[in-house]
Design a protein around this ligand. Structure first.
Ligand SMILES: [Cu+2]
Length: 341
């Protein structure tokens, strides 16, 4: 209630100030004063300030690029990610150049043509040639960006190789489970109708294909150099499986299975030894130490990239890229879900 009264008081104060200003303006007009007239000097100052803003704004953009350049993701850890990074930098350079040129022109012309008493603006309502240029050039540029993007998207979502490892990523508020297809490389049937007790993924216990399926939580292992196909599913709301280091992301939609695939190209151990990753971890751990938190070791991660509810931040799972031998050893230790239950 007090909060509401404070808001009402603030609104009333703003209205009072606005009315007072209006009263002063009217009084000045009645007295014949020209206080409120916009003079040549005002125009000139505005023009110069616009030009000054251009330099400040460009300096601010440049400062941000320099300040945050070490915070970007390390080198891509998947095969297709190298091409995706190229595409991102291509788009960023392209957009960056247009951004700089446009802003320079925008603020320079505002400065150049500020109102002067001896200057008259030209009435120039229409020019077909100009309209054609500024329609066709951006459309062609956008078409290039979109076509390259669709090509990239297809490499992640087209049907995976026959021998790809199949893993289901199952999202629910607020965690991830991963189900490996097991020796037959086929996921058993599952349905929300079967969810209950220990069967959190709703597996059909009578389906032979699911007998060897392995369910893991907290940590997902995948082997280096082998294609992995993720089948993504959600129990409740729309989540999104995001693995930034592998440059893949896909929505997890209740009632339908979405999929994407990738081939890991750098093991977790190798990535931890990269100089840029060591530097990044050092900075993160300095910050953590200041806040009394334990040091953090680099890990690939699977995140939920949709704000899916109050504990959305919990939706995280470590992803470990092993060498093929290490992966086989790890896999041999895992027990099929139905054998455990
Ligand atoms: Cu989520």
């Amino acid at each position: 209630m007090i909060k509401l009264l404070v808001y009402v008081a603030i609104v009333l104060l703003i209205i009072t100030i606005a009315q007072l200003v209006r009263v002063f303006e009217l009084a000045a007009e009645l007295k014949g004063s020209k206080n409120n007239e916009v003079t040549y000097k005002d125009h000139r100052n505005q023009g110069r300030m616009m030009f000054g803003f251009l330099f400040l704004f460009m300096a601010f953009c440049l400062w941000q690029c320099v300040k945050y350049k070490d915070s970007i993701l390390p080198e891509s850890a998947s095969v297709h990610g190298v091409d995706l990074d190229w595409l991102m930098w291509f788009n960023m350079s392209f957009i960056g150049i247009v951004f700089v040129i446009l802003n320079i022109l925008l603020f320079y012309f505002t400065y150049k043509y500020y109102s002067r008493p001896d200057q008259q603006a030209t009435y120039y309502p229409h020019n077909n040639k100009l309209e054609l240029i500024w329609t066709i050039v951006p459309a062609a540029a956008l078409a290039v960006i979109i076509i390259l993007g669709i090509k990239m998207w297809n490499t992640i979502t087209e049907p995976a190789a026959n021998d790809a490892i199949i893993i289901e990523l199952y999202a629910k508020q607020f965690d991830w489970s991963a189900r490996y297809a097991g020796k037959d490389n086929q996921l058993g049937h599952s349905s929300y109708k079967n969810i209950g007790g220990a069967n959190a993924l709703g597996m059909d216990t009578l389906d032979a294909k699911g007998m060897d399926d392995i369910i893991v939580r907290n940590e997902l292992h995948i082997p280096l150099g082998k294609q992995v196909e993720f089948k993504i599913n959600s129990r409740d709301v729309i989540h999104s499986a995001f693995m930034p280091h592998f440059r893949i992301q896909m929505n997890a939609v209740p009632g339908m299975v979405t999929s994407m695939h990738m081939t890991p190209s750098i093991t977790t151990e190798e990535m931890r030894k990269r100089p840029e990753v060591i530097d990044q971890m050092k900075r993160i751990n300095n910050l953590r130490a200041k806040n009394g938190l334990d040091p953090y070791e680099f890990n690939y991660i699977l995140l939920c990239n949709k704000i899916c509810g109050a504990s959305h931040y919990n939706m995280q799972m470590n992803v470990v890229v092993d060498t093929p031998d290490q992966y086989e050893i790890w896999l041999a230790k895992q027990k099929p879900f139905l054998a455990k239950n």
